[in-house]
Design a protein around this ligand. Sequence first.
Ligand code: KG4
Ligand code: ZN
Length: 357
Amino acid sequence: MNKKPLILGIESSCDETAASIITENEQGMPTILSSIVSSQVDVHKEFGGVVPELAARSHIDKIDLITKKAIDESGIKIEDIDAVAATAGPGLVVCLSVGLSFGKAIASSLNIPFIAVNHLEGHALSPKLNLELNYPYLLLLISGGHTQFLSVQHLGNYKRLGTTIDDALGEAYDKTAKLLGIEFPGGPRIEIYAKKGNPTKYILPKPIFYRGGCNLSFAGLKTAVLKISKQINTKQEKYDLAASFQRTIEEILYKKSKIAFDEFKRMNQANKNKFVVAGGVAANKRIREVLTNLCVEENFEAIFPPINLCGDNAAMIALVGLEKFKLSQFDNLSYPVKPRWPLDENAIFLKGAGVKL
Ligand code: KG4
Ligand code: ZN
């Protein structure tokens, strides 16, 4: 019996300090032995958003303890680890530097391979942590910093079909929450507010709904929420605005995903088309429901990571590390931090630039 690789994953791109040990079982399925995530919500709450300097300090304070905890909980010994995978980008430079340097130091001291991981690739592969998923598949990546439709051809090969031309979806949720007076990070609370409100009370704009292929835009929506939020006072009106916002997002994602399905089918000949929705916002239950219904109508298989693996974690980073380890794709200890690192490196990725509407 061959020894199965043991991979240590480290994540520190934004406000979560995370470490994980994964391996694979006899059938080659990834197995999470431990996954520790330490959130910095309390550090940033009073500022209403992530403060990079404070986030970096908090990573420095915790990274060693979190990593030790991940190793202890996994039941392995540090010297059994076969490779270290750490997030190198995209994200906040000062935060990324902490996890990346720490990961390199461990790899160097154990004299084992080091693997630099793209955080977005972690989200893209995250459903593979609990089910078998073959390439190609269509990916809708919806997080705090990114919103994209990508055709995932295979590990490291992504073709962008559409992107937001302004705000990311998670950003739109968080900003709407702030306008409703909900404490940071408000995205998940909008879902709770929305359940108590009337989704047809306010008519909100759906920018580039009828044009722009499967590109998306949320800035106009945010401006409309801002205007209405100034005119409302009662709790019920806030619930109604949250519900109207949630419904508008559902309509946008339904329509744009349908367009992305057609583009994906034109590019790929698969027996059964698969649609993966990943990233922090993929935890939203209504979004899951609406996109699952669309998949039933369009004969796609809907795939979501488990809720606890939608947000930032290190198991998804270790998973990319595991896949790269098996292909002997190792990186140099001089690998740089990449604050901007699109999955499809050939695409123009400046906000809005190059997107033809
Ligand atoms: O993937 P993630 O943890 O971090 C980034 O890589 O950005 O995503 C965080 C984003 C935040 O904007 C958060 O408000 C949003 O995901 N989010 C949600 C929900 N849970 C997290 N947005 C809407 N509904 C949710 N249930
Ligand atoms: Zn993320």
